[in-house]
Design a binder for this molecule. Structure first.
Ligand code: FMN
Length: 273
């Protein structure tokens, strides 16, 4: 019997050197949200995998809710990530960057000057988070995005995906799981909007689908994956009706768009189902 784990795998146009995929893990080592040598070493040490998904990385200053998470929205960050992608490619692995906008799972003192905590609604996420400046603090109440601001936020994801390609990444994973901004839009309670981005399953899905569609147009469908955690209560994601219908709808739409993969995370042992 052959050992499949150590055989190559074709993911779209990429050939993975084996079938081990490293899950995204936030490490909180990016001082000032910029890459550093410790992070280059960390990824290089793990480049025996077929595919690495990076730690959650913000496409916007507004999405840097946790202390010391990296970004991918300026040239300094691109230059830092380029060192990571070069180091990983030198050992034969492929690497996707996970685009994670924290949305309302955030505290304003963690954000750079001028940035703000945003979400589909102004409902504050229950719970506390670490800040380097003030220790543990309750989440900040978010600003509910206007329709125009939603569209600008979508553009931030698309821009980040283009910068990711400039930085040498093989693709991007859109983090639509674990209660961060995209899941805040998908959720039928946190998203109480009355515009085109709220209400029906199709409207709540629109934020993600527009990001996916425009990102695919910018960098190619084989370079875009999506992570979901249906039925999760993580990060104060409340139960709502139509969960099955929502993910059924999203999966079919993303399949039609031809994304590289869907990455499902099962929190069910300790959540609300
Ligand atoms: C310290 C830590 C950081 C994590 N950071 C992220 C992250 O940035 N993005 C993400 O999608 N998942 C993140 N996760 C979730 C993991 O990717 C993974 O789904 C989780 O650990 C469950 O996998 P396991 O059952 O093999 O432990 C994190 C998990 C841990 C323990």
């Amino acid at each position: 019997m052959s050992n499949h784990l150590f055989q190559t795998y074709n993911l779209g146009q990429l050939t993975l050197q084996n079938r081990a995929v490293m899950a995204p893990m936030t490490r909180s080592r990016a001082i000032n949200n910029i890459l550093n040598d410790l992070m280059v070493t960390y990824y290089q040490q793990r480049a025996g995998a077929g595919l690495i998904i990076t730690e959650g990385t913000s496409p916007s200053p507004n999405g840097l809710g946790y202390a010391r998470i990296p970004g991918i929205f300026n040239q300094e960050q691109v230059a830092g990530w380029r060192k990571v992608t070069d180091a990983v490619h030198a050992k034969g692995a492929k690497i996707f960057i996970q685009l994670m906008h924290t949305g309302r799972v955030s505290h304003h003192v963690n954000l750079p000057e001028g940035a703000k905590v945003i979400a589909p609604s102004d409902m504050t996420a229950a719970g506390d988070m670490w800040t380097d400046a003030e220790g543990m603090k309750p989440h900040t109440q978010p600003h509910a995005l206007t329709t125009e601001e939603v569209k600008a936020t979508i553009q931030e994801y698309v821009n980040a995906a283009k910068l990711a390609i400039d930085a040498g990444f093989d693709g991007v994973e859109l983090h639509a799981a674990n209660g961060y901004l995209i899941e805040q839009f998908i959720n039928g309670v946190v998203n109480n909007r009355t515009d085109e981005y709220g209400g029906s399953v199709a409207n709540r899905s629109k934020f993600l689908l527009e990001i996916a569609e425009q990102t695919i147009a910018a960098i190619g469908k084989e370079k875009v994956g999506v992570r979901f955690s249906p039925f999760s209560g993580f990060n104060d994601i409340p139960a709502y009706n139509e969960v099955t219908e929502t993910y059924d709808y999203l999966s079919k739409k993303l399949n039609d768009l031809g994304v590289a993969y869907l990455h499902f995370l099962d929190h069910s042992p300790n959540d609300w189902i």
